[in-house]
Design a protein around this ligand. Structure first.
Ligand SMILES: [Zn+2]
Length: 431
């Protein structure tokens, strides 16, 4: 276990001993967090869990702020979008290390053999919806902060924690809102660790971009017995789908990113045909009206690479639509953007990555695996709307368990990742 910079080996020994001694507190904290059924949608119990986290942070001397994302999508008096931030100042000025975790969980679904909101502990694991994604990660990061404070090691810089809403639905009322308020401005935060469940020996540098769009083709309505008098939008959509399959998909498959996306298939640009809706809606009796389909909609989910340009991503769909319009008389189209986020990646040689990698290697006896995520998470808000340059996901949960029935987080994994987070934060504070 080698210390770095001005940190002594004794500091690290004390820090790790404190974390090991916090095992019961860590389990209780994880259980407490799991007992708030913060299911999103609709975004339940955010106020209660933020009040709990606020009390936890304040009890350790943190300056705590509760922030409601007024005006954010889905914010309402019935389901207010609450967030909590706590800040701990050292005695000397220095960098700020921030831990950000989302407080929401996805719906329970079928197939559970344990109660999802009781924090059942069994065989070294804590079970419950959100145990892995990501209340176990939140608890581990809080125990890391607690250990640094209890050992008197926050002498320089600042530590922050934020618990944020709505990550599972885009993060607009959570990290996105706080980013727009300046919470992730580089003048006040230097390094952000998001303890998402990506396995405790892996560091996630970032994620691909996403563009959700809806294409609508329009034709002309006519009698179903005389379809030659109308223009069928479904047939036009057939042309578009054929072009996507034969022309666009092979091109996407040839684009490979340098980002270490896992699984391997996500290193290529991808397009999912999300849904298709064509023709007139069928009335209650299920018997269709005898008309020519004058409209057909397609929802696209395009995931793009850090090497691709957003204008080109959009442009290549427009080009296919123009070809359909030019070759099938009477067809027109419109294109509506539903949602878009740019790709983001923290440099593998950033001090944040180096510090985490150093302590993962110290604790696992092997270097960290650097990965990138196929889908997005709150990092986009922090680095794109906030101006923090160094943000990664690193946390204790096992990625494959996220959103599954009987979701769990390993207590040993939480303790190990808390040590990695605490020692990496200490390294960064004294860099
Ligand atoms: Zn998550």
């Amino acid at each position: 276990m080698t210390a770095t910079g001005t940190i002594s080996e004794d500091d690290i020994r004390r820090l790790f001993a404190r974390i090991d001694a916090s095992r019961a507190d860590l389990v209780r904290l994880t259980q407490d967090l799991l007992r708030f059924p913060t299911i999103n949608p609709p975004g339940a119990d955010y106020g209660a869990i933020c009040a709990y986290l606020g009390r936890w942070l304040a009890a350790r001397g943190g300056a705590v702020e509760q922030v409601r994302a007024h005006g954010a999508p889905d914010d309402s008096d019935a389901f207010p979008r609450w967030n909590v931030i706590g800040r701990f100042e050292g005695t000397e000025p220095g960098p700020c290390v921030h831990f950000n975790g989302h407080i929401d969980v996805v719906e329970v679904g079928l197939g559970w053999t344990v109660p999802p909101f009781e924090g059942v502990v069994r065989d070294g694991r804590v079970y419950g919806r959100g145990a892995c994604d990501m209340k176990g990660g939140i608890a581990a990061s809080l125990i890391a902060i607690d250990a640094l404070l209890a050992c008197g090691l926050l002498t320089r810089g600042a530590l922050e924690f934020s618990g944020t809403a709505d990550e599972e639905s885009g993060g607009f009322g959570g990290a996105g809102y706080l980013a727009r308020q300046g919470c992730f401005d580089r003048t006040r935060v230097d390094h952000v660790i998001i303890p998402e469940p990506l396995n405790p020996d892996r560091i996630c540098l970032g994620h691909r971009g996403v563009w959700w769009a809806e294409v609508e083709l329009t034709g002309a309505i006519g009698h179903g017995a005389m379809p030659f008098l109308g223009v069928n939008a479904i047939a036009g959509m057939g042309d578009l789908l054929a072009l996507i399959e034969k022309d666009l998909m092979p091109r996407l498959g040839n684009r490979v990113t340098a980002m270490p996306c896992m699984p391997e298939g996500a290193r290529r640009a991808t397009l999912n045909l999300n849904s298709i809706h064509g023709g007139q809606p069928e009335p209650g009796d299920g018997r269709p009206a005898p008309v020519v389909a004058d409209r057909c909609r397609l929802v696209l989910d395009r995931r793009y690479l850090v090497e691709e340009d957003f204008a080109d991503v959009r442009g290549e769909i427009v080009e296919l639509l123009d070809r359909v319009k030019a070759t099938r008389a009477g067809i027109d189209y419109s294109l509506r953007e539903i949602m878009s986020f740019e790709p983001t990646m923290t440099a593998p040689d950033a001090p944040l990555v180096k510090a985490l990698d150093h302590w993962i290697e110290a604790l696992f006896d092997r270097p960290a695996t650097l990965i990138a995520s196929p889908g997005t998470y709150d990092q986009k808000h922090i680095t794109r709307h906030g101006s923090v340059q160094a943000c990664v996901a690193y946390g204790p949960g096992i990625l494959d368990l996220a959103h599954q029935p009987d979701e769990w987080v390993g207590i040993h994994d939480m303790l190990t990742s808390a040590k990695v987070m605490a020692a990496a934060a200490l390294t960064l504070l004294h860099a």
